[in-house]
Write a protein that binds this ligand. Structure first.
Ligand code: TLP
Length: 349
C-alpha cells in the first residue's frame, strides 16, 4: 500500500513555497521586453550582486541559459571545450551545434573536473585548417559525475589556461548554490574567474520556473538579444521573477538539509549487499549507485521501486540516480532504504 510518493527523480520536481505563491500574487508587473518589469529588474539586480557580476538576465530554463551564453560567446564554426559528461553535451539536444553552429570538443575529466593540462592540450593553435577554440564550458556541480563540486582553486586554475589562450569561460552552474553550500564558500568565489554563469532557480531552490545568466554588462546585452532570438523574450515575467527572488533570498541555506539527506541515503545504501556506491562521491544532493550485482537491470530496479511509490531515474545502464530536495525528509530516506533492502534481500523484482 503506497501512502506517499517519494519522488527522487530530480530536484526539479520541487513545488513553489507558500511565500513564493504570495510573492507571485503581489508582484508588480510590466513588459520585460521593454525592460519595464520591476520584479524582473529586481531579480536581475539581486542575482548579479550575489554572483559578483555586472549584470544578469532571466531566462526560461537552464538549457536556454546555456544556449544564449554559447551564442553570445562564439561565432559559427568555433570550437567549444567541455567535459565529456557535461550536461550541455549530453542533455541539451545538441543545441550548441544545431543552433549555435559550434563544434563541441569533449574532454574526459576526473569525476567531472577538467585538468588544466588537458584543456591546454585541446586548444587549437592558429592554423588555417583548424576551427578557432573560443570557449571553455565548466559544470558546477557536475550532474553526471554525481553532484561533484568544483572548488574555487580548480575553477581558477583551469580558467587561467583558458584566459591565457583568449578563450571565454562559461559555467553551467545549474546547481552552483549546492556547491557553495557544500564547500562553505561565498558563491562569488566559485564564479569569479568565469565570464558567464548560468544558474537555475527551479531546482533545489524550489522556484517553479526560470534560470539566470550573469556576466559583464556587454555580455548580458548580447545575451538579451540571443534570448529574444530564441523566443525567450517574456512579457510580464515578474510572476516568474517574484518566486525567483524568494528562491535566491530564502532558499539557499536550506540546501544543507538536502545534502545531509543525500549522505544518509548514500551511507544506508553502502550497507546493502549488492549495491555498489562510492560514498565519498556524494558531496551534494545527488546519489548514484549501481545495481548490477543484484542481477537486475537499472530499469527493472526502477519499476520495482515504483511499486512502493518511490521514483528514481536510471543513468547509463544499471546506474541509478536519486536526488534529494525540499520535498524529501529524513523519514522518506529511511523508508526508501527499507524498500531497497527488501528488494535486494527478498529479490522482490
Ligand atoms: N538537469 C535535469 C535533467 O535535464 C537531467 C536534472 O534533472 O538534473 N545544466 C545542468 C547541470 C542540469 O542538471 C540541468 C537540468 C540543466 C543544465 C538544464 O536545466 P533545465 O532543465 O532548466 O533546462
Amino acid at each position: 500500500m503506497v501512502n506517499k510518493i517519494i519522488d527522487l527523480r530530480s530536484d526539479t520536481v520541487t513545488l513553489p513555497t507558500e511565500e513564493m505563491l504570495e510573492a507571485i500574487k503581489n508582484a508588480k508587473l510590466g513588459d520585460d521586453v521593454f525592460g519595464e518589469d520591476p520584479t524582473v529588474n529586481a531579480l536581475e539586480d539581486v542575482a548579479a550582486k550575489k554572483m559578483g557580476k555586472e549584470a544578469a538576465l532571466l531566462v526560461t530554463s537552464g538549457t536556454q541559459g546555456n544556449l544564449v551564453s554559447i551564442l553570445s560567446h562564439t561565432k559559427r564554426g568555433d570550437e567549444v571545450i567541455l567535459e565529456a559528461d557535461a550536461h550541455i553535451y549530453h542533455y541539451e539536444l545538441g543545441g550548441l551545434s544545431a543552433i549555435a553552429g559550434v563544434l563541441p570538443r569533449p574532454i574526459k575529466g576526473k569525476m567531472g573536473i577538467l585538468a588544466p593540462e588537458a584543456v591546454e592540450e585541446a586548444i587549437r593553435p592558429p592554423n588555417p585548417h583548424f576551427p578557432r577554440t573560443t570557449l571553455l564550458c565548466l559544470e558546477n556541480t557536475h550532474n553526471l559525475a554525481g553532484g561533484i563540486c568544483m572548488t574555487p582553486l580548480q575553477t581558477r586554475k583551469v580558467s587561467e589556461v583558458a584566459a591565457k589562450h583568449g578563450l571565454a569561460v562559461h559555467i553551467d552552474g545549474a546547481r552552483i548554490f549546492n556547491a557553495a553550500v557544500a564547500l562553505d564558500v561565498d558563491v562569488k568565489h566559485l564564479v569569479s574567474p568565469a565570464d558567464s554563469v548560468m544558474f537555475c532557480l527551479s531546482k533545489g531552490l524550489s522556484a517553479p520556473i526560470g534560470s539566470v545568466v550573469v556576466g559583464s554588462s556587454s555580455f548580458i546585452e548580447r545575451a538579451r538579444r540571443m534570448r529574444k532570438m530564441l523566443g525567450g523574450g517574456m512579457r510580464q515575467a515578474g510572476i516568474i521573477a517574484a518566486a525567483g527572488l524568494v528562491a535566491l533570498e530564502k532558499m539557499v541555506d536550506r540546501l544543507k538539509e538536502d545534502h545531509i539527506n543525500a549522505r544518509l541515503l548514500a551511507e544506508g545504501l553502502a550497507k546493502i549487499d549488492g549495491i555498489k556506491i562510492d560514498v565519498r562521491r556524494v558531496q551534494t544532493n545527488i546519489v548514484m549507485f549501481d545495481v548490477s550485482n543484484l542481477g537486475v537491470s537499472g530499469s527493472a530496479f526502477i519499476s520495482a521501486l515504483s511499486k512502493y511509490g518511490i521514483k528514481a531515474l536510471t543513468v547509463k545502464g544499471n546506474l541509478i540516480r536519486m536526488v534529494t530536495h525540499r520535498g524529501i525528509d529524513k523519514e522518506d530516506i529511511i523508508q526508501t532504504l527499507e524498500v531497497i533492502k527488501d528488494i535486494a534481500t527478498k529479490k522482490l523484482i
